[in-house]
Design a protein around this ligand. Structure first.
Ligand code: ZN
Length: 187
């Protein structure tokens, strides 16, 4: 299969942009990987496991944490990648003015009302995060209980994201079970 030249150029541009924006950040955890690994993995989950071929969703995956976690403006995303990509990124960006608890509740409440594009991206994001929190790279000082609570919370958000991509829903279910089993059995 030959990848259309224009699409590939867009991906490279988004990948480079995200890697520059996240360059000083690491993921949370005992042996934190560079932050950029995360958006790349989210895109990979969408492409490989979700069979997503929508360029805007895949670019949105690479850029999904730039506005929330780095000095990136909405205008930058819109100018470089277009209105549609900005819309998807905005839908998965949490407001900074709310407390951590309020943000968690808001994600549960908002999930069913998101666009199908943002729902798929959010689901892929959760698939990556529950694997990190349960076994791959848990945040430092999180107890087993806190990690199990995170999985419960992620499951509530994922319930609101149903109906947009069966493959991703199945993968989420599987990774959730694996994570719970790992935390409950091996500790
Ligand atoms: Zn993310």
């Amino acid at each position: 299969m030959i990848i259309p030249e224009e699409s590939f150029s867009k991906f490279l541009k988004a990948l480079k942009f995200a890697s520059v924006k996240h360059k000083d950040q690491k993921r949370k955890g005992a042996c934190p990987p560079p932050y950029i690994n995360h958006p790349i993995e989210v895109m990979q989950v969408l492409w490989e496991h979700g069979a997503v071929r929508d360029t805007n969703i895949l670019m949105g995956a690479l850029l999904h944490d730039t506005i929330e976690d780095t000095a990136t403006s909405q205008q930058e995303i819109e100018q470089l990648f277009g209105k549609e990509v900005l819309q998807i990124v905005k839908e998965v960006t949490n407001p900074k003015y709310l407390s951590r608890q309020a943000v968690k509740q808001k994600q549960i409440d908002d999930a069913p009302h998101k666009s199908p594009e943002a729902k798929q991206l959010k689901l892929a994001d959760l698939i990556c995060n529950i694997q990190d929190v349960s076994k791959r790279c848990p945040p430092l000082h999180w107890s087993i209980n806190r990690r199990l609570e995170y999985l419960d919370w992620a499951n509530k958000v994922a319930t609101g994201l149903k109906g947009c991509n069966t493959r991703l829903e199945q993968m989420f279910e599987q990774k959730l079970q694996e994570g719970r089993t790992y935390l409950q059995v091996s500790h």
